[in-house]
Each structure stands twice: as C-alpha cells, then as structure tokens.
Ligand binder design. Structure first.
Ligand code: ZN
Length: 135
C-alpha cells in the first residue's frame, strides 16, 4: 500500500508525550502478538515512520521498557499510554495510531502475528492477515 504524505501531531491522554511527525506514515498494522496484547490490553495498532521525521514537543513523561533483547516500548509514566514500539537497530519507530486525531488519513493495512490472537474477537476478513510479521 502507498504511504501518506503529511505533517501531523500525536499525543498521549495526559499530553505529557506529544510529537510532531513530518513525511510519510506507513498504514496501520494490527499486531496480535502476545507482547502487544499484554502491553496494550488488546491488540496494538501501529503506524510507522523514520525516527528522524519525529520531533518531540513534549516527552517529560516518556519512559522506555526493554521488552526483549532487540526491542523496546515507550510509554507514558503519568497516564499509562502505550505509545511506541522500537526495534533497537532500526532507524524507524512504530507509533500507536490512537495517538492521532481525525482525519488520520491512515488505513488498516493488515493483521500480523495472528497465530497469537485471542479468542474473544474476530478479524475483519477484508483485511489481509499473516501468522507472523509482514510489512
Ligand atoms: Zn500521558
């Protein structure tokens, strides 16, 4: 799918973390892996951007949790929002799509890690699904 060209802001519930992003955002991946389920309390909805395109308007409540040897997750220490997923060696960063306001101009691109999906919800059959990762 094509990426979107835009400049937009995104923030957590309390506003302690607020970012501005220039350039293109990837469309949204719904991640059903067990780590996202545990961190977000449900499946995660991530867009993605080159990290250099992000500037912090505020990050006073941002903290990072090393969720594995190769990845970390950024969250707000005040309101508890789960915001970022970052593969440490990557120059991109995943951003929770719920941080944005309408119109996001994003679409849901696919469901990933559906092998870990829990049984209480159904997937939209119109959206491609992958057992593991797929860009
Ligand atoms: Zn917050």
């Amino acid at each position: 799918m094509k990426k979107r060209s835009s400049s937009k802001t995104a923030k957590c519930l309390c506003g302690g973390i607020k970012i501005k992003i220039v350039g293109k955002l990837r469309h949204v991946l719904n991640c059903h892996c067990s780590q996202c389920m545990k961190t977000h309390g449900n499946f995660a909805t991530y867009t993605n951007s080159p990290e250099k395109n992000i500037s912090y308007i505020s990050k006073r409540t941002l903290k990072w949790y090393n969720s594995s040897t190769f990845a970390k997750r950024g969250f707000c220490t005040k309101c508890g929002a789960s915001i970022f997923y970052k593969i440490k060696k990557s120059d991109t960063i995943s951003i929770s799509a719920g941080m944005f306001d309408n119109p996001t101009k994003l679409k849901t691109q696919s469901n990933i890690f559906t092998k870990n999906k829990l049984d209480y919800y159904n997937l939209d059959s119109r959206i491609p699904k992958f057992k593991k990762y797929n860009k």
